[in-house]
Design a protein around this ligand. Sequence first.
Ligand code: UD1
Ligand code: UDP
Length: 358
Amino acid sequence: SKISVVSIVGARPQFIKAFAVSRKLRTNHEEILVHTGQHYDEELSDVFFEELGIPEPDYNLGIGSDTHGQQTAAMIKEIESVIKLEDPDIILIYGDTNSTLAGAITASKIDSLVAHVEAGLRSYNREMPEEINRILTDHASDILFPPSESSANTLKEEGISENVHVVGDVMYDSILWARDISSEQSEILSRLNLEGKEYILSTIHRAANTDNPDRLNSIINALLDSPSTVVLPIHPRTENKLRSYDMWEKAKSGIEIIDPVGYLDFVRLIDESECVATDSGGVQKEAFYLDTPCITMRDETEWIETVESGWNVLVGADKERIQEELRTRHQPQEKPNPYGDGTAAIKIVDTLVSSINE
Ligand code: UD1
Ligand code: UDP
C-alpha cells in the first residue's frame, strides 16, 4: 500500500540526488519534501528546482549558513517538529552534509525509521567534516543504500549488515536523464565562447582546500599555468576565501571564473571538457559516467573505483602534480561499471515500500 516519506535535502548535490528518487516515489506514494535551507542562493538552490521540475518544498526551514554546531542544531530542532507533525512512515536522507546528519540524528532520537542513500562511503580522513557525517549517519540509519559492493563491504566491516541494499548510484540515474537534454538545450558553450574539448572544467569547494591558504594558492597557481583555458564555476565559499586571502584578482586574471551554473549547463560542461579538475565528490563520478578524465585535487577519495579504473587520479594540492596530470589524459581502454545501471531510484522506492509494508 501507499507509503509516506519525508525527504530531507539542503545542499546542491542533494537536490540532484533527490530529483531521481522523488519522481519515482511520487508516481504512487506520498512525499513531503523538506529543504533545510543550508544552500539558499538562487544558483545553489532554486535553479535546480526549476530545471529539474522538483516540486516546491513543503517545508523550507530557512536555516542558512552558520558554524557546524549552530547549523546542525537548528536543523535538528526544526526537523523534529516537522516529523512529529507529519508522522511519515520513513525519513529519507542523502549523502554526507550537515543536512544529512541532522535528519539522521533527529529521526533516530524520536524513533522514526530512517533510510540513507549513499551509505558506506569512507575517505578515512576524519578531519573531513563529511566523513564524520557519513559515519554517524550510517550508524543511525535503519535502511542503508550503498551505491557499490565496496561500500556495502565497508558497512559490513563496521558491523552493519542488516537492511543493506546495494542499489547503485542515484547520481547515475540523474545524469542519464540529463545528458541528452543538456546537449539539446544547454547554450553554455556558446555563452562562454568555448569550443568542445578545448577547455578544462574545474570546481573547488572542499574545506581542506578553501580554508587553507597554502593549498588554495597552490591549486590556483596550477590552474593559472594550465595548458588550456580553465573554466571555474565558483562556489561562494571559495570566492569568499579567495577575496579574504587577497587572491581574487590573481585568480580572475587567468582563470575563466563564472558564477555557479545549473545542472544541465554543468553536465554539458563536463561532457565537452578535455578533463575535469575538481575536489567535489559528485563531480568525480559524473566525469566518470561521461567518459571524461578526472583529476581530483584531494589526498583521498570515497569513490575509489573511479581511481582504480584509471579514469580518476588523486593529485592533492601540489602545484607540480596538478600540472603534470593536467597535461596527461587518463582515458583507459576499459571502463568498469561499479555503480549500478542507472536504476537506483526505482530500487530504492521498491525497497522502502516492501520494508514498510512487511
Ligand atoms: C556543503 C557540504 C559539503 C558539500 C557542499 C556541496 C557540509 C558540512 N558541507 O559545503 O559536503 O560538498 O555543501 O556544495 O554540509 N554560502 C553562500 N550561499 C549559499 C550557501 C553557502 O554564500 O547558498 C557560503 C556561506 O559563506 C557559507 C559557506 O558558503 O558559510 C559554506 O556553506 P556550507 O553549506 O556551510 O558548506 P559548503 O561548503 O557549501
Ligand atoms: N554542479 C552544478 N553546477 C555547478 C557545480 C556543480 O550543477 O556549478 C552539480 C554537479 O553536476 C553535481 C553537484 O552539483 O551534480 C555536485 O555538487 P558539489 O560539488 O557542490 O558537492 P559534492 O558532490 O562535493 O558534495
